[in-house]
Design a protein around this ligand. Structure first.
Ligand code: NAP
Ligand code: ZN
Length: 350
């Protein structure tokens, strides 16, 4: 089926309306009419070729929510009209040590929701800045939030799981002091989740204007990371720091805030490398710097249910599809509180 979408024909070109083709649902497929799609900083990195390997046309978007409009003959868990979500994964090998334990995000054959290999035209996957998507049932998530919150649920499909998974893996909970660095789309949800898990949460921001906002999101304390005295007051005190910053910066400034055996996990994926961290800061207190990629499908469902039970959603600003280029510029300037979400109904009118 031909559907309306918004994407780019080259890295240096703005996004524009385009028509794309979606396959007819196969036996195990779920066809979803997309209601809303969140705008992740990864969309910018990818569509602008800041990361290597972007294929064009590129239709970004991997924070997808909507309603099931058709199911294949063998689909049993989903029905027409169900509220569902699609995150960053639409396929994987389904037969490796990662897929076997629900860590499809670490499968070497993971297919991303956009820019991944597929037999469908045009040979690579096209994402959620579009009216409809067709996905194998294994990668479809159930949404249990009230429908009125649907748009604000969309960012949980990437920003939510990307922060939930490392917070769980590094055992965030009561008695733990946890830092969240960068209060953007990922970081603001990271604050809400770490707070809900019972940790003492400290937000690190470069923006003085976000200091009070971070506390309103659930942080116990907020530190402006450009202020050396404020940073020094937290030396050697953190169990865990989650770093979501989308640009290269001095990692040592945060490593020295970790206790013995503390870890800082990087989820921000800047286009150019960070300056190399000082090894002595790691050695002398057995600290680690780690990385983490989104999360597997079972854990994504667990995160959605955790958020539904506690009423956790993203703080969003809704936009029309034709406002996306302006939204990207505002994100790069840190001017969003805290996630843009496209109203996909606006694609119909193009
Ligand atoms: P975002 O909404 O643009 O937020 C990034 C935040 O980082 C900004 O709001 C800002 O927070 C801080 N920041 C930006 N530039 C900075 C600079 N030059 N120096 C210091 N701080 C800066 O981005 P996002 O959607 O949250 O994504 C963040 C990063 O995570 C991106 O690189 C994205 O590609 C990556 N990501 C990774 C995964 C994964 O699986 N690992 C998944 C999704 C996204 P303050 O104003 O508070 O300083
Ligand atoms: Zn993302």
């Amino acid at each position: 089926m031909i559907v309306e979408a918004y994407g780019a024909h080259a890295g240096e070109k703005p996004l524009e309306p385009m028509e794309i083709i979606r396959r007819a649902p196969g036996a195990h497929d779920v066809q979803i009419d997309i209601a809303y799609c969140g705008v992740c900083h990864s969309d910018i990195h990818q569509v602008r070729s800041e990361w290597p390997g972007t294929l064009y046309p590129c239709v970004p978007g991997h924070e997808i929510v909507g309603r099931v409009s058709a199911v294949g003959a063998h689909v049993v868990d989903f029905q027409v009209d169900d509220l569902v979500g699609i995150g960053c994964i639409v396929d994987s090998c389904q037969n490796c040590e990662e897929c076997d334990v629900g860590l499809e995000n670490y499968c070497d054959g993971m297919v991303g929701t956009y820019n991944g290999p597929t037999p469908d035209a045009p040979g690579h996957t096209l994402g959620g800045y579009s009216q409809q998507i067709v996905v194998h049932e294994r990668y479809v998530l159930r949404i249990r939030h009230p429908e009125a919150q649907l748009a604000a649920v969309a960012p949980l499909l990437c920003a939510g799981i990307t922060t939930y998974s490392p917070l769980r893996h590094w055992k965030t909970g009561p008695g733990k002091k946890v830092g969240i660095v960068g209060i953007g789309g990922l970081g603001h949800i990271g604050i809400k989740l770490a707070h809900a898990m019972g940790a003492h949460v400290v937000a690190f921001t470069t923006s003085e204007s976000k200091r009070e906002a971070a506390k309103a999101l659930g942080a116990d304390e907020a530190v402006v990371s450009r202020n050396a005295d404020e940073m020094a007051a937290h030396a050697k005190s953190f169990d865990f720091i989650l770093n979501t910053v989308a640009a290269p910066h001095d990692l040592d400034a945060f490593v020295v805030l970790l206790k013995r055996d503390g870890a800082m996990t990087l989820v921000g994926a800047p286009a150019t490398p960070h300056p190399s961290p000082n090894v002595m800061n790691l050695i002398l207190k057995r600290r680690s710097i780690a990385g983490s990629a989104i999360g597997g499908i079972p854990e994504t469902q667990e995160m959605l249910d955790f958020c539904a039970e506690r009423g956790i959603v993203s703080d969003i600003e809704m936009i029309r599809a034709d406002e996306i280029n302006e939204a990207y510029e505002r994100m790069i300037n840190g001017d969003v509180k805290y996630r843009f979400v496209i109203d996909n109904a606006s694609l119909t009118a193009l």
